[in-house]
Design a protein around this ligand. Structure first.
Ligand code: SF4
Ligand code: MG
Length: 336
């Protein structure tokens, strides 16, 4: 059957003073009902742009989706009218961002903000909308919900505000919740609590989640499948086991070395991957990771690696998968 969400060959670029930046370069992803998909990569890898494209939040100009399709329940999202898209957004596709303060209105009570959409766009009565708001605040773990409805954003801590954003996103019972770095601005303890909350929401509401993060550690407990993005492309994808125990791409392996562990002493130094991603004004001809890769071969700088199937559902785009690489490296082959 058809996946809930099906993104094919997505290309997005932005016109800047310096030229055209090719931010997303042929991304494919699918999301099934109730599934959690994580998109992981460094800042600038195109993960947020991919999410914004799904929500049709790319402003044009300077942004432009230049190729590809986005299908939600079989329908082409890119062909929706703006009016239809507005009604889908929030109701069926909801998104939360890193910093709740930028999405919350400081001059309105939490109650007004939570109920606004239901009252103004879905014809709910005030009483019904308020009832739903109370239910959602309780679901996200905010006690004294009744009293809290009358308060303003500044009266809540950062972690509480993120809970409120999650409640707001869930008000209309969306099919897909996209969370872009939802815990990045929070301290570690609060971060863990919010991640637990996502798990609980998924269990209770069956919502499909796309979790976007630069931190593989964040998705270790949460994601069914993980896509690792680099320089606008998905370089490796697989389920949690594939990625944490059988990672094949040197970039994924690098990320694993730099994963801060929730249960570990934070003072343990992480090993960052040396170097920086290529500029995406003129993406390299070969593998975009070649400059930073310990295993780069001549072919890597010349020809883009193809996406190959390592095993069922586990795909990698890297020349090390080519049998000629195995011959060339011999005993020193890095992927044994
Ligand atoms: Fe490294 Fe080559 Fe694989 Fe790119 S294709 S990650 S440069 S080995
Ligand atoms: Mg981002």
């Amino acid at each position: 059957s058809e996946p809930l969400l099906d993104v094919k060959n997505l290309h997005v670029s932005f016109q800047t003073y310096g030229g055209r930046v090719h931010a997303v370069r042929g991304v494919n992803l699918t999301l099934e009902k109730g599934e959690t998909l994580a998109i992981v990569g460094e800042s600038g890898c195109g993960k947020s742009v991919t999410a914004q494209s799904i929500m049709r939040l790319i402003s044009e100009p300077p942004g432009k989706i230049t190729d590809g399709t986005i299908r939600f329940k079989g329908e082409n999202v890119l062909a929706y009218s703006n009016k239809k898209m507005r009604s889908i957004r929030g109701r069926e596709l909801a998104m939360i961002f890193q910093d709740p303060m930028t999405s919350l209105n400081p001059t309105l009570t939490i109650g007004d903000q939570l109920t606004e959409g239901l009252i103004n766009h879905q014809g709910h009565t005030k009483a019904k909308a308020k009832e739903r708001a109370l239910e959602m605040l309780e679901l996200v773990g905010i006690s004294n919900a009744k009293e809290r409805l009358t308060q303003y954003p500044h009266q809540f801590s950062g972690g509480m505000r993120q809970r409120i954003m999650i409640a707001m996103a869930l008000m209309c019972d969306p099919e897909i919740l996209i969370a872009d770095e939802p815990t990045t601005a929070l301290d570690v303890t609060i971060q863990a609590q919010i991640l637990d909350l996502f798990k609980e929401i998924q269990r209770k509401m069956g919502v499909a989640i796309i979790m976007i993060t630069h931190d593989l550690g964040v998705v270790a407990q949460l994601a069914d499948r993980i896509h690792v993005m680099y320089a606008g492309k998905v370089v490796e994808e697989g389920n949690r086991r594939d990625l944490f125990y059988k990672a094949q791409h040197p970039y994924t392996r690098g990320l694993l070395h730099s994963v801060p562990r929730m249960d570990a002493d934070r003072s343990v130094p992480l090993v960052p991957i040396p170097g920086t991603p290529p500029d995406l004004f003129s993406p390299p001809a070969g593998c975009a990771f070649a400059d930073r890769c310990d295993y780069a071969m001549e072919v890597c700088t010349q020809v883009e690696p193809m996406r190959v199937n390592v095993e069922q559902g586990h795909h990698v785009a890297c020349w090390l998968q080519d049998e000629r690489a195995q011959q060339a490296f011999g005993k020193e082959f890095p992927l044994q």
